[in-house]
Design a protein around this ligand. Structure first.
Ligand code: ZN
Length: 90
């Protein structure tokens, strides 16, 4: 027979509190639950060795909408990139 007793545990967990733009350093605020201003540019470069595992480096930048529109998009276009644009409604 096992007898269980109830204990209270205190645990710490991490959650995303704030995000700052890596270019202008301003906080990226989602002013309400309907705003979506999260722009993440991320690369994952590495090797996959199948059953032996793998390795990769994940490099990411967080950007605000203003820096994305005023700096990154023009820079990509200046480099000759043509963005794909799609409007999504749900
Ligand atoms: Zn910014």
């Amino acid at each position: 027979m096992k007898i269980y007793k109830e204990i209270q545990r205190t645990c710490k967990s991490t959650y995303l509190d704030k995000t700052f733009c890596d270019i202008c350093k301003l906080e990226i605020k989602n002013n309400d639950s309907r705003t979506m201003d999260d722009i993440i540019i991320e690369s994952e470069l590495g090797n996959d060795y199948g059953e032996y595992g793998g390795d990769k480096e994940v490099l990411s930048f967080d950007l605000c909408r203003k820096c994305w529109n005023d700096k990154l998009v023009p820079w990509f276009k200046d480099q000759g990139a043509n963005p794909q644009s799609e409007n999504v409604n749900w």
